[in-house]
Design a protein around this ligand. Structure first.
Ligand SMILES: NC(=O)c1ccc[n+]([C@@H]2O[C@H](COP(=O)([O-])OP(=O)(O)OC[C@H]3O[C@@H](n4cnc5c(N)ncnc54)[C@H](O)[C@@H]3O)[C@@H](O)[C@H]2O)c1
Length: 234
């Protein structure tokens, strides 16, 4: 019998084709889980799944259950962070950010929740952002969307707890990914306000997620865990 913490478990990671999501997927695999990635970018042997498309997500979840029998872990990681000064922000851009970062979390959680309820076990982790605590400029839609997910996390945790399901958020600080490279001008500023003077790596986030999805973390729920090098918030 394997002693890996996620042996015989099945995990779904959204946005797992690259960046933080890819690191989380690799980390959960190393802990013994069968990991299925839902990403809009298709890959060999993996069809594209747009997490804002409710029917596509429901079909993908049904496919995972048909093939693997269960879903123990859901990591809602897919997200976008366009830097737009407030007066350049359009309602279309605002809605696109909310549609993925907030609605996408709802759509995936809603689709997986009945599977976890039936099992009497589940771990949902939402990847949010330390910018929620900073209020970083040019990110109004993004910060609002992540604040929404932090609220969603707390609220869903209260309904999920009696069913054996925990719901937590992990809030990365600045993490060195291809997506974040677009935010280059903020690198020095953000890193300068941290206790640990470097940008985070995707693996720094994956380590926190890997702990909170273990069966051993069953008394931790409704929380937002910051993985931000000790950023000093104002
Ligand atoms: N990189 C950072 O500095 C940082 C900091 C804090 C929080 N985060 C959060 O971490 C998460 C991942 O960030 P990242 O930097 O790895 O991003 P990234 O842009 O490198 O990767 C995002 C992934 O999500 C996928 N994706 C985008 N839209 C999708 C959709 N509609 N359906 C399915 N998949 C979709 C993309 O194809 C890509 O594989 C995001 O939620 C982001 O807000 C990132």
């Amino acid at each position: 019998m394997s002693s890996l913490p996620l042996a015989d478990q099945v995990a779904v990671v959204t946005g797992g084709a690259r960046g933080i999501g890819a690191a989380i997927a690799a980390r959960l695999r190393a802990d013994g889980a069968t990991v299925v990635v839902f990403d809009r970018a298709p890959d060999e042997g993996r069809p594209a799944v747009d997490v804002t498309d409710e029917h596509a997500v429901q079909a993908a979840v049904a496919e995972v259950v048909a093939r693997h029998g269960r879903i123990d872990v859901l990591v809602n990681n897919a997200g976008v962070y366009p830097h737009v000064p407030f007066e350049a922000m359009t309602l279309d851009t605002w809605r696109a950010v909310m549609g993925l970062n907030l609605d996408g979390v709802f759509v995936c959680s809603r689709a997986v929740f009945p599977v976890m309820r039936e099992q009497g076990y589940g771990r949902i982790v939402n990847i949010v952002s330390s910018t929620f605590f900073i209020g970083q400029r040019c990110l109004t839609a993004y910060v609002a969307s992540k604040g929404g997910v932090i609220g969603f996390t707390r609220a869903l945790a209260t309904e999920a707890g009696p069913l054996g399901i925990t719901v937590n958020a992990v809030a990365p600080g600045l993490i060195d990914t291809r997506g974040a490279a677009a935010a280059d001008p903020l690198f020095d500023e953000v890193v300068g306000a941290q206790a640990i003077g470097r940008a985070g790596a995707p693996n720094d986030v994956a380590e926190a997620v890997a702990y909170v999805v273990t069966p051993a973390a069953g008394f931790i729920t409704g929380q937002t865990i910051n993985v931000d090098g000790g950023h000093r918030y104002h």
